[in-house]
Every structure is written in C-alpha cells, then in structure tokens.
Design a protein around this ligand. Structure first.
Ligand SMILES: Nc1ncnc2c1ncn2[C@@H]1O[C@H](COP(=O)(O)OP(=O)(O)OP(=O)(O)O)[C@@H](O)[C@H]1O
Length: 654
C-alpha cells in the first residue's frame, strides 16, 4: 500500500473518519471562532456576574459577566495553536537529536543516545513542569516546557526507526556506493520514518493539549488576559458548585480535542502497523552510487591512479576473519578465507546457511559494521587496501566499481523514492551529471536490463514493480557506473524459477559486456554451476574446497559431494523425499579443534577430530581441505548443470 492509500484507509475506518471529522470541526472553530464570538467573549456585563446557564448564556457567565460558552469557543484557537507549536518543537528537536548519532562520530552519538535514554525515563509532565518554571511562568514558558519535555520520546522514536531502516539493503547499497552519512539520513532514512513520526505527532498533539490545560489550570500556563481551555477550566472549577456548566464546558472541549487527536493517531498507527506486518521483507541490491565530495583530492588521485594501473585482479583476500563479540568472548564466523578474483571471472560461493558466505561478501564491500571486526592479511579491491585506507578514501573506488545485488529486490530500493530517481542519484553524485541527464541515463540503463517501457517505469515507485523486474532494475543501478565487480548474494532466491533464469542470464550478460567479475553467493550448487567458472565451497566459516566448475564431478571433499547429492534431477523418484545432508553445521561459537564437518562425515577418523585440515592442492586449480578426499566421479545429473546462455554483444554496454 502506498502512503496516500494507507492514509485514505485510515479515514475510511469509522473511528478514523469520526476522529478526522471532529478534528476538522475543531480546526474550523479555531479559525472562525474569534471572528464570530470574539467580541461577545470579552464583553463585560457587571449586571450578569457569576450567572448560571440561561437562554442568553448557555454555560453561564464568569466573574466579569462574560459569556463562558463564547470564551470556550474562542479559546479553541489558542488551545490548539499552542499544542501544535509545542508538538512542532518536540518533533523538530526530537528528530534532530534522534538523527544526530547517525551522522556524528560514534562516541558522541553514543553519548547522545545515553542522554536521550535518561531523559525518556523522566515522566514528561514532570519535565514540562520543570522546563515551564525554568523558562518562566507564562505562555512562552509553557510552550517551551511542553515542547522540550516531548522531545526525548521523539528522539527515541527517530533512533529506533532509523536503526531498523539502517539495516535495510538500500541503505547498505547507498553506503557501499559512497553516499555520505548525512545524505543517507536525509534521503533514505528520514523519509522512511516520516510516517511513524506523523502518527506519533498526532497522538502527541493530544497529549500536549492536555498538558497545556494542566499547566494553565495550575496557573503556570497561559496568563490573563489571554485564556485557553485550561485557564477557563481553572476558573470554572472555583465555582463548580454554583455553576458546574462553567467547568464542564472547557472540560468537554479539552476532552473532545484530545480524543480527536488520539483517535486519529491511534487509528493511523493501527493501519500503518498493519502495513508493516503485511510487508514481509523488501529486496536489497547495492549498486555503485555517488562519490562523497569530501574525499580529498589526494586520496582521489590515489584511487584513480590505482584504478588505472590495476592489473586484472579485482579482489584479493588473504586470511579474512570476521568476528563479533558474544558476551565476554568473541565468535569468528569467518575464519581464514582467501580468494582472488580477476576481471571477467565468475566465482561462486556455495554452502549451507550460516557458513559465512554473506559475511565474506560484506567484508569485501566494507559493510561490516561495529561491533563486528574484520581482519585480513590482505583485503584489496581494485588495488586499494580496504583495511588500511580510511573509509572516505575507499568510498570512491567502491562507489564506482562495486555493484551489489541482494536477495530481496524489494529491500534494495528506498520505497519512498521513484525508481528512476534512485538510479539517477548515482549518476548525479558520481558522474556529476545534472538531474535531467542522470534520469536519461537511468532510463537508458533500465532499458539495457530490459525493463519494458523504461521511461514510464522510471517514474514508478518500487512497489509498482514485480520482484524480477525490480531485481533487474537493481542490476541496472549497478550499471549506472562501470562495475569491476558485481557481488550477487542469493540474487534469485526470492524469485520464481522462470524469473530466476532471466536474472541469471542478465548477470551473465553484464559480465560478458562489461568484463566485470561476478561473485555469486548461493546455497544452491546448481545455480553456481550454471553461472560460474570456479566454485568455493564454504563450511563453518572456511573454504573447504576450491575447484573449477567443470571439475564438480570430481569434487573431493565429502561435503561438496553431499551438496551435489542433494541436487534433485529429472530422473529422481518424485515419491521419495528430497535429499538432505544429515545433521547441522556447528554454530560459530562451537567450532571444534578438528574438521568442522567431521560429525556429519561418513569418512571421518580420529585424525579428522584432532586437527583441522588446511586447503591443499590436489590438481591444477583444485584445492581441498580434507584428510580423506573422495576419489572417483560423482554421478551428477546433467540437467542440473546447464550453463546459462550468454548474451549477444552490445546489449548491455553503454
Ligand atoms: N552481526 C552479527 N553478529 C553475530 N553473528 C553474526 C552476525 N552476522 C552474522 N553472524 C553469524 O555469522 C554466521 C555466518 O553468517 P552469514 O550471514 O555469512 O551466513 P551465510 O552463509 O551467508 O548464510 P545465509 O545463507 O543464511 O545468509 C551465522 O552463524 C550468523 O549467525
């Protein structure tokens, strides 16, 4: 559901419609009330002091003989206006504070987060009273007091929602593309948290209204001769026994307005929340995007020089380790991965869930965030050492030369931005194109990846695309620049079989046309064998076999053989269950001293449990880490390994 549709859905509910009607009536009253009843509200009549309800004065009169009903109606403007002002301060300040940790240095960010956590622990009304007294008794003090008191909860809301959006793939995509933190916040994070902020601001307006009424009632809010509902309520309460209507009038007004804001906010929250539940995960692809303009000229030149003088090695990883803190200890889900990729080479990483495939790719894209720690003897991308160079120095090369395609295409795009604009953003920042030229290039790239009616599609939002088409658009985003490496992490898992094939074919085309290297991650060895020249088989954070695809039939590691065994073929008996590898891989914190596959391996001996075998050469370009490598040919079904046809030249380039 698009944002407008969702809000329409809110007002279509009986509760939402009633709340909106009530709110519209209140706002109309606030606008017109003073003009209609303004004179009557201030008209002093010494002959009609402290009267009860009558035909002339439906709610009676006050101590100066002024009509209480007229005053309640006129006070609508001040009551709603002050509440709106206080909420605007709370939302503005709260969003600013909540977003700050995303752009500030990490330590300062943590300090701010801690301060917000402490402030949230105080009751808002107590804070409002405190600030109101600090800023001085009166309207201004009350507005500032209530505004500041509301800010921590909006700051917390911004932090929480930013954190959840921050984990989505399109933000990772922007990050790897070198988009600055501030821009990511402004373009990708804030628009995606606007909805919960608006919903909470609506509810917050109701709370601010009540807080104002409370402060004015206590005499530290609006001061005479001004008046709001709280002041009128205070006056009315003093004479509640002689004229209860005088107190009831402003009380009902506060209640109705509070109800209108709260009901509208709550209904919206329910609908928006429902949406969140009904949208199961969106897709990610990380394209190369813009360059950070703050990159030093010197670093810039370094990178360009390196790009120019590069040989054909695109990625070189030696002894990569990725660790995360686990209680007082660390776990190391990736332990000692080495890999070299050359231009135009397609390498597949295959392995069960949790074997460390994605972490390896994320480390190569510099996307492992604290508290994760990446170490390696060498981690070079296009000749740039990623680990030794400050982040801003690597942004340009990653942004220009690395494209990423993730599993779920819906998560790869910012749902609040049109697809064409998201592609164009890359070219605006990276290639310095003006927005019009960048959009033209985006349309051209969409066309190149065979998105039909690209000009029209470019104007659409991600939710208007099918999964397969969005995945193609994501690959198109990678082609806005000239990628040297495309990392595709389970790019077809979320797609149906025919679309899978189209996407794989497109990746093969990209490779053929641009000479980009492809690092394809999959748990499906059949997919890898269709696309790649070389397969790396990962198990429990290590590469256990590295071999050319053409030699899969003579794979030597029992685990690789087991993976081949579970590939179904057309001759398989459909009545019998699909093959599985018995047992489970060990968790990262429980890797054994010996071979991690030993417990599931039919060939394991005591030696396997004592010492972990290292990768060693068994044939040209074929390494295996096993004490008892298997001999002989595997009877792999032919149809499982039909290569994806490559493309005609000239279709992708540009
Ligand atoms: N941020 C993290 N903190 C702690 N452990 C993590 C973190 N990210 C991943 N891991 C662990 O690292 C291991 C490897 O994760 P990774 O995502 O690389 O696996 P994978 O082989 O890509 O599997 P999948 O196919 O399920 O994505 C998993 O056991 C996972 O639980």
């Amino acid at each position: 559901m698009h944002a407008r549709t969702r809000w329409l859905a809110v007002v279509r509910t009986p509760l939402g419609a009633a709340a909106l009607l009530l709110l519209v009536a209140m706002v109309t009253l606030a606008v017109l009330g003073p003009a209609i009843w303004g004179d009557r509200a201030v008209q002093v009549d010494t002959d009609a002091i402290h009267q009860g309800p009558s035909a002339a004065h439906l709610l009676g009169t006050d101590g100066l003989g002024r009509d209480i009903l007229a005053r309640v109606l006129v006070a609508t403007r001040m009551s709603l206006g002050l509440a709106a002002l206080a909420v605007a301060i709370a939302v503005g300040l709260g969003t600013l504070i909540g977003a700050a940790p995303a752009v500030l240095p990490r330590r300062l960010g943590r300090l701010i987060t801690g301060a917000v956590n402490i402030a949230v622990a105080f009751p808002a009304l107590l804070l409002a009273l405190f600030f109101a007294v600090v800023f001085g008794v009166g309207t201004q003090g009350a507005v500032l007091g209530i505004g500041l008191a509301g800010a921590p909860s909006f700051a917390r809301l911004t932090q929480t929602h930013s954190a959840s959006v921050d984990g989505l793939d399109f933000v990772a995509a922007a990050r790897v593309a070198g988009v600055s933190r501030f821009r990511i916040l402004r373009r990708h994070i804030l628009p995606n948290i606007a909805e919960p902020l608006v919903v909470n601001a609506t509810i917050g307006a109701g709370a601010a209204l009540l807080a104002f009424a409370g402060l004015s009632f206590l005499g530290i809010g609006v001061q005479a001769p001004s008046y709001d509902w709280g002041r009128l309520l205070g006056d009315g309460i003093n004479r509640i026994y002689s004229n209860p209507a005088g107190a009831l009038g402003p009380a009902v007004a506060v209640m109705l307005a509070g109800l209108a804001f709260n009901l509208l906010g709550e209904t919206a929250a329910a609908v928006v929340g429902g949406r969140a539940r009904t949208r199961p995960g969106r897709a990610p692809t990380v394209p190369p995007t813009a360059i950070d303009e703050t990159v030093d000229e010197a670093v810039d030149n370094d990178v360009s020089d390196s790009l120019d003088t590069l040989e054909d090695i695109v990625l070189r990883i030696d002894d990569l380790r990725v660790s995360f803190p686990a209680g007082k200890d660390w776990v190391t889900p990736v332990r000692g991965v080495s890999l070299t990729m050359r231009a135009g080479e397609a390498v597949g990483i295959v392995g069960e869930s949790g074997s460390g495939k994605s972490l390896t790719a994320l480390a190569a894209s510099r996307l492992i965030e604290e508290p994760g720690v990446v170490s390696a003897g060498r981690l070079d991308f296009c000749g740039i050492p990623l680990l030794g160079t400050p982040a801003r120095g690597t942004r340009r090369v990653l942004g220009r030369s690395l494209a990423m395609v993730f599993q779920d295409p819906m998560k790869s795009f910012n749902p609040t931005m049109r697809v064409g604009r998201q592609l164009a953003e890359t070219a605006v920042e990276h290639q310095g194109l003006d927005p019009r030229a960048a959009l033209a290039r985006a349309i051209d790239r969409l066309d190149a990846v065979r998105v039909p009616a690209p000009a029209r599609r470019a104007r659409q939002y991600p939710h208007e695309f099918s999964g397969g088409m969005l995945q193609r658009a994501m690959i198109g985003m990678g082609l806005m620049n000239t990628p040297r490496l495309v990392v595709a992490d389970e790019p077809t898992t979320a797609l149906d079989v025919t679309v899978q094939r189209q996407v794989l074919r497109l990746l093969a085309e990209v490779r053929a046309e641009t000479d980009a290297a492809i690092l394809l991650i999959s748990h499906d060895i059949a997919v890898i064998s269709q696309m790649c020249d070389r397969v790396l088989v990962m198990y429990a954070g290590r590469i256990v076999e590295d071999l050319p695809v053409t030699e899969l039939r003579t794979a030597r590691h029992p685990y690789t053989r087991a993976l081949l065994d579970v590939v179904p073929d057309l001759d398989a008996d459909r009545t019998s269950p699909l093959g599985v590898i018995a047992g489970r891989p060990p968790e990262p914190g429980q890797f054994p001293t010996g071979c991690a596959f030993a417990d599931r391996c039919g060939f394991a001996t005591a030696a396997c449990r004592d010492e972990d075998p290292q990768l060693s050469q068994v044939d040209s370009g074929h390494q295996v880490a096993c004490w008892h490598p298997v001999d002989g040919e595997h009877s792999v079904a032919k149809q499982a390994f039909v290569p994806v046809e490559t493309v005609k030249a000239g279709e992708i380039g540009g």
